[in-house]
Each structure stands twice: as structure tokens, then as C-alpha cells.
Design a protein around this ligand. Structure first.
Ligand code: CDP
Length: 236
């Protein structure tokens, strides 16, 4: 059966990566978390003290530092997805911390950062058979993706999901802190100049506020089955 690209975009913490991972396992596809790449660049800048406590940074210095960053990914069978490596070090845990979340959207606004990251993403999708989640996957990275999903969910449900995730990793933050972070990032991501988060015209909207993991997976699996059947019938 022919392989396709599944592009999943949407707001922060609405379960994109949960769905993307489950789909990749179901289809035997590669899962790529595009946000991890922006998080990795942000983490490097924080390590190098290029971002002040108030969140200020010199854009030129950030752009200059890109040549010192080598991103790679290695499949982790326990997580059933790939871990992110920065210059050879596994930084999968570190990039999920709130201190990274608090600055990532500003770093992701920089054109040169996006160009570099999008380049890597397009290379990863060359052979298709990929599920990628992010903010601009269906609109900019793979505008020709065969299936585009735009995910959303009620803000309080998203906050609770992210809070539970952070708590389970041992990072103790308040509900308010998480809510402020999600709202700020959603605002920055939808209002930036370079490929802002928006629904691609041909994307299917999935509001999963009242759906559990199994229900949302079932719904999308059905869509994919129909799509693949039509695609293969058309290409005969
Ligand atoms: O997990 P969550 O949905 O909270 O965020 P993420 O997917 O890890 O992405 C972190 C941040 O990276 C987003 O808030 C965006 O600012 C940026 N991002 C982006 O600009 N474009 C993408 N394709 C993916 C992420």
C-alpha cells in the first residue's frame, strides 16, 4: 500500500504527540516531533546563557550559534518514539522542562531558526511514511501532505493534561503557571510573521476535549483507511 504523510498541527498540549505516536505505531510509520527541534535550539541557547531571565536575547547571537548545533534522533523502543540528541547528548527530558517552554515560542519566531529546522524536517519526510506534529506542518513543511489534522481542545483540559504530564516527570509547577505558558505560546504561535499556526484549508478539525485516546485514534484510523483505499484505487 502506498505511503502517505500525516501532518498534525494544533495548539499547545492538545494531545498531538499522543495521537501522532499511536498512529505511527499503528501504521508502522516514523513519528517526528517537530517541536522537539525548536525546544532543542532553545535549550542550547539557555545553556549558553544567550537568553536572559527576563527572556531577552540578541537574535544575531542566536542565529550565529545555529552552526554549533547538531540535532539528531534515535529510536527509543521503550517510548516507541525517537529521543532528541543535541551534539550527541540525549536531551529528551531536559527539553520538556518549563524553563524551555517559557522561551521556545520566541526562539521559534526567528526566520533562520525556522529555515534550518524545516530543512531537517523536509529531509525526514522525503520517503513519506511519516507522521509529524507541530504548528506549520500542513501549511508550510508539507503542504502536499495526504492527511492534515488540526487539533484543538478546551484550554482548561489542555492545562490539566500538561500539568499531569509535568507532575508525572517530577516537575512541580502550578496550574496557573502552566495556563499562562500555554496561552502565551498559543498567542505567539498564531500571531508570528513566519509560518504562524493556522488550519490548512484541507485539514480535518479534531476537537478532542471530550474524546479519550482510543476514541480519537479510532476516528483518525478510519479516515486513514478510507484515504488509503481511495488513493490506491485511484492509482491503479
Ligand atoms: O508540546 P507542545 O504542544 O506544548 O509544544 P511543542 O510541540 O513541543 O512545540 C513547542 C513550541 O515550538 C511551540 O509552542 C512553537 O512555538 C514551536 N513550534 C513551531 O513553531 N513550529 C512547529 N512545527 C513546532 C513547534
Amino acid at each position: 500500500m502506498s505511503k502517505i504523510i500525516v501532518a498534525i498541527d494544533g495548539f499547545s498540549s492538545c494531545g498531538k504527540s499522543t495521537l501522532a505516536k499511536a498512529l505511527s505505531v499503528h501504521m508502522g510509520y516514523v513519528y517526528v516531533d517537530s517541536g522537539a527541534m525548536y525546544r532543542a535550539v532553545t535549550y542550547y541557547c539557555l545553556q549558553k546563557k544567550l537568553i536572559s531571565a527576563a527572556g531577552k536575547f540578541d537574535e544575531k547571537k542566536v542565529v550565529n550559534t545555529l552552526k554549533k548545533i547538531k540535532l539528531s534522533f534515535k529510536y527509543n523502543p521503550y517510548a516507541k518514539s525517537s529521543d532528541t540528541y543535541l551534539n550527541g547528548d540525549n536531551i529528551e527530558k531536559e527539553i520538556r522542562q518549563m524553563k524551555v517552554s517559557n522561551h521556545v515560542s520566541k526562539i521559534a519566531m526567528i526566520k533562520e531558526v525556522r529555515d534550518r529546522v524545516v530543512d531537517i524536517q523536509r529531509t525526514m519526510g522525503k520517503e513519506k511514511g511519516i507522521v509529524m506534529d507541530g504548528r506549520d506542518i500542513g501549511t508550510n513543511v508539507f503542504p502536499g501532505a495526504e492527511l492534515k489534522i488540526f487539533m484543538t481542545a478546551d484550554i482548561d483540559i489542555r492545562v490539566q493534561r500538561r500539568l499531569d504530564e509535568l507532575n508525572s516527570r517530577g516537575e512541580h509547577v502550578t496550574y496557573e503557571e502552566v495556563k499562562i505558558n500555554l496561552m502565551k505560546r498559543d498567542y505567539d504561535d498564531t500571531h508570528r510573521k513566519e509560518s504562524p499556526l493556522s488550519k490548512a484549508k484541507d485539514a480535518v478539525v479534531l476537537d478532542n476535549s471530550d474524546l479519550n485516546r482510543e476514541q480519537q485514534l479510532e476516528y483518525i484510523e478510519r479516515l486513514i483507511k478510507d484515504l488509503l483505499l481511495t488513493k490506491d484505487t485511484l492509482s491503479i
